[in-house]
Design a protein around this ligand. Structure first.
Ligand code: GCW
Length: 722
């Protein structure tokens, strides 16, 4: 007989075990793909009825993924086992497929509508036919069916009405690609979430479940390409020893619609080909690349192509042989063209002769080459002209190369935005750049229209995001880093989506549907990037962070191998004032923009305040829009940044109990690190700039906790990501 005591112990054990499972289940691994039972009777009833039977006709690796995802997701969300069959038997049926492989889809007469969604798009429609009610996911290709499946699942996860579906959806940009700055030794340049996902040592035999979950997550947001290796490239990846491993990854990703790309080190013909030169116009070099490309395609028949960083930060390139970027890109493009591969040639260049203004260099080098690139070359341009700063004006190349498809390069990993520990929701930053008006074809010529090809009629279009993913259990270190991966994918698919809407769906899928929780967390997210700008680089300041690791403040950095690797080069603070004059009286970088843009930005009075010190050197007593003098305004902005972090902390603390304890704690601890970081930035920068302004910090603001010497002596060791 079991005594009362042992029943009690059993009960305790049960409670213990169930809390353990919950804790384990909410470690963030599942990202936004959490398929837990929906807690809403009305919605559940609607979904259970409409989706009670799932019909997928035909078989292929991608259709298998569709079936498995539907089975797993519907089973979880609706809390009932789901049968996937190839015949409709019940009255209400969910059917997924293409007219070519599914007679049932064909019978629904969607062919006309399908014409408008292209290769990757899809339809979600409710249809009555032959006495049955169908919810149909229809597309022209199987990967379209997969994207449609994920779209429907997102609708369920966010509890939308699916009774009268009439969704027609397709991507605005063709190549939607993650760039991994992953090295073959598994370190990740500017990676803050552990090591590289690619376990080269165990490949090709060992296919980690993570590869498949990575592919699922990417497919769910429409990402269709991945560059596996760092742009600071290692030519070893092009040798057979590694190609067989690359093939294994490509095979794993293919069913999810994801193509694999590699970075091509320009000097590979010398390093692994034993040639004497890598001159792009040399016949032996051309032949070497042609052979190499053909070899790659024997492993990976749908290989996507190369991403190249050339003649920048020590990387080799065509200029080593007095050739142009176009000569280099075209040589690789010619090798790839017969197989349908592309070259993504980066415009992030600056050479060994330090220019008067680094911001001007990419435009100076690339603009004259417009129209000289092969049709399978895209030039990949960072969002701004310096380097992924918390805020930059859009890059002047956008709108300036009508004959060359330009790709956008965003950085998802937060190299300059608090890395793996600060909460900064980046959708508003991405959107800000995309909304920038280049005036290339008159008013309304947004960067988004350049990138999606509509402005210049580009033959191909692309967008890349430097990944923030690593081996951390939750993939991105900060739980909110997941939102940036998510937002990048959603915007790559449809740049017209709003940051708020993306945050809304991400929060509901990742955390909770509770309306107060959603609105509070959304508010936190929406203000978070501006908070970072304020406590790091307000009013257009830039590139004043710690040397090399880029974590924390370093406005005092000077006397480094290159002037444009120092902070003093960028802020130019003196006793008279602060800021980089990029107008006619200075570097005149502003001349690289359209006249209408110049007209607005050349005058400090009409220049948006967020770019003030980016374009102007102004006296400390310059009157800003608030009525405060520049020095005081700077103090207010820095302090405001710290206040915003404290407000985020307060909001988050108020949400305890509305989210699982594990992620609640993680975010709470990270926010307290962020508050410490923000204060450090504020105090260090204000004390440093005060040595020039010689003005007091306004009475009413919190004072720095330490001396400038103290802040300057801080030297964090082993910061990740270098
Ligand atoms: O942002 C800078 C980084 C480098 C990076 C480089 C680039 C991969 O500090 O780490 O190198 O940009 O984009 O090429």
């Amino acid at each position: 007989m079991i005594g009362k005591k042992s029943i009690y112990s059993l009960l305790l054990l049960f409670v213990f075990l169930s809390t353990q499972t919950t804790a384990w289940a909410e470690d963030g691994y599942r990202l936004w793909q959490r398929y837990d039972l929906l807690q809403d009777k009305g919605t559940l009833k609607q979904y259970r009825q409409a989706l009670g039977e799932v019909v997928v006709q035909g078989s292929s690796p991608t259709l298998t993924v569709v079936k498995e995802e539907l089975q797993m997701a519907l089973g979880g969300l609706l809390g009932q086992p789901v049968q996937v069959t190839d015949q409709a038997r019940k009255k209400d049926v969910l059917v997924a497929g293409t007219p070519a492989t599914s007679p049932l889809i064909k019978s629904l007469g969607l062919d006309e509508q399908l014409k408008s969604v292209g290769k990757e798009g899809f339809l979600l429609v409710s249809r009555k036919s032959g006495g049955k009610r169908y919810t149909a996911i229809a597309a022209n290709s199987e990967v379209g069916v997969l994207y449609g499946t994920f779209h429907l699942l997102r609708m369920l996860q966010t509890k939308q009405d699916i009774s009268q579906l009439q969704v027609s959806n397709s991507p605005k940009i063709q190549h939607r690609i993650l760039n991994h700055w992953d090295n073959l030794d598994r370190t990740v340049e500017r990676g803050y979430a552990g090591f590289s996902l690619w376990d080269w040592h165990k490949l090709p035999e060992y296919i980690d479940q993570r590869y498949l979950d990575y592919a699922r997550a990417n497919a769910s947001i429409g990402i269709n390409g991945t560059v596996l290796t760092n742009v600071n490239a290692n030519s070893l990846v092009l040798t057979p020893e590694y190609l067989v491993k690359v093939k294994a990854l490509a095979d794993a990703f293919r069913p999810y619609g994801i193509k694999v790309y590699l970075t091509a080190r320009f000097s590979s013909p010398i390093e692994i080909g034993k040639l004497k030169t890598a001159d792009p116009l040399n016949d032996e070099v051309k032949a070497w690349w042609q052979k190499k490309v053909n070899e790659i395609y024997t492993y990976i028949p749908d290989f996507g192509g190369f991403l190249v960083k050339a003649n920048s930060e020590g990387q080799p390139g065509p200029q080593n042989y007095k050739r142009t970027h176009a000569d280099g890109a075209n040589m690789l493009a010619d090798a790839l063209a017969p197989k349908g591969g592309i070259v993504m040639w980066r415009a992030f260049v600056y050479d060994n002769n330090v220019p008067e203004d680094r911001a001007k260099q990419a435009y100076t080098e690339f603009k004259p080459l417009d129209g000289t690139f092969r049709s399978n070359v895209m030039v990949q341009v960072k969002n701004g002209a310096i380097d992924f700063q918390p805020r930059e004006p859009f890059h002047p190349l956008f709108g300036a190369m009508p004959k060359t498809p330009l790709m956008m390069e965003f950085q998802i990993t937060q190299e300059y935005l608090g890395q793996g520990t600060n909460l900064a929701y980046l959708a508003p930053m991405f959107k800000e750049t995309l909304a920038g008006d280049t005036y290339a074809n008159g008013k309304g010529s947004s960067v988004a229209k350049v990138i999606d090809g509509s402005l210049h009629n580009y033959s191909q279009t692309g967008i890349a995001g430097v990944s923030n993913i690593g081996t951390d259990r939750n993939w991105t270190s900060h739980p909110f880093g997941q939102a940036n991966w998510y937002a990048f994918g959603r915007l790559a698919w449809d740049h017209a989506l709003s940051s708020e809407d993306i945050a809304d769906e991400w929060i509901k899928m990742t955390f909770s549907h509770d309306p107060t929780f959603v609105s509070k967390v959304k508010q936190m997210m929406m203000g978070s990037r501006e908070a970072v700008v304020n406590y790091m680089t307000p009013l257009g300041l830039h590139h004043i962070m710690g040397w090399n690791h880029h974590y924390g403040p370093g406005p005092w950095i000077k006397d480094k191998p290159r002037a444009d690797w120092t902070s003093v080069y960028y802020h130019r603070a003196t006793e008279k004032g602060i800021g980089f004059d990029r107008t006619k009286t200075g570097s005149n970088a502003l001349a690289q923009y359209a006249p209408q843009v110049q007209a607005q930005w050349e005058n400090p009075a009409t220049c948006p305040e967020e770019f003030l010190l980016w374009f102007h050197h102004l006296p400390w007593d310059y009157k800003t829009k608030s009525g405060r003098e520049l020095w005081n305004e700077l103090c207010y902005r820095y302090s405001g940044g710290v206040d915003s972090v404290r407000a985020m902390q307060k909001t988050w603390n108020g949400l305890q109990g509305q989210v699982d304890q594990e992620r609640f704690k993680q975010v709470q601890m990270l926010l307290s690190m962020q508050e410490k970081d923000a204060k450090l930035w504020r105090d260090a920068c204000l004390l440093y700039f005060q040595t020039f302004s010689k003005r007091p910090i306004p009475q009413e603001l919190e004072k720095p906790a330490n001396t400038l010497d103290y802040y300057m002596s801080l030297d964090p060791k082993f910061v990740p990501g270098i």
